[in-house]
Ligand binder design. Sequence first.
Ligand code: TK8
Length: 337
Amino acid sequence: KLFRRSLMAALTVAALASTGAAFAQDFKPRLIRFGYGLNEQSNQGRAAKVFAEAVEKASGGKMKVRAIGAAALGPDTQMQQALIGGAQEMMVGSTATLVGITAEMALWDTPFLFNNTREADAVLDGPVGQKVLDKLQEKGLVGLVYWENGFRNLTNSKRPVGKLEDLNGIKLRVMQNNVFLESFKTLGANAVPLPFSELFSAMETNTVDGQENPYNTILSSKFYEVQKYLSVTNHVYSPWVLLVSKKWWDGLSAAEKKVLQDAARLSRDFERKDTREEAGRALADLKAKGMQINELSPAESARMRDKLTKVNASIATQVGMDLWRDTQAELAKLRGQ
Ligand code: TK8
């Protein structure tokens, strides 16, 4: 009987260990300052809340996430430095603003890289996406998952862009990223890099004429108040990436790390679904808000695509030929080629 009881106890311990069950003592009280750039009512804000709640619940309230939006902790680049230095624990932001730190991130700035969200999910969540995330570690950052920012479209206050030439002379804000700068210069626009947090007022004061972002952001950041024209270009798919300070991460227990990883995946799945639902109705909402919307003809779309393939060579050099080829091979496979 004694033998049976100790066997049972041993089995229970083994079962708990194998399921990775966490005990209260695995969690220290932790305050996680989680910064992001959009406002609380945006898709980014909603998903930040989901992440915060999942972390608190799974850690029995020991790990508290203070989600701080609207770039109140600074624009993306400033938060990245705070994470690297250990002054801030977490953030979510554009991969595009990380290129100065990790050149491989430029892969996601490739114009027309993905044809649809199925391809984006498969590549970002697959080995190529992971390889790019892993590159962050040597720079003092841990990348957990990619969220969806989305396919980007052009807005401006001057005129509908129906063909390439319509972009001539338009002062267009781009993200602080050499690929975006080069892309829009190639298209003939007067491209001006600016942090997102300065964008609304730059448009309001006509310091810039236009910008490009997914429908969701054009809606949640109320760009329709200062932009008349929306031209459907879908010129690139932008991910967001959930980042942790490596300095801080290295001090966490295995159980604490697992809580963050699980919550990151849960928030990612929520965020993509929520973003796609919102994007599906956003165009109608933007029209109702008074925006004039035009689509590019297939011929003009093809011209834009052709012109932009010019930047591919410099992206391939920047991210490395191996990564570039792996990405193309994975896409070909996904497309059944
Ligand atoms: C929000 C930005 C935004 C991005 C941009 O902080 O800068 O235009 O698309 O989502 O990261």
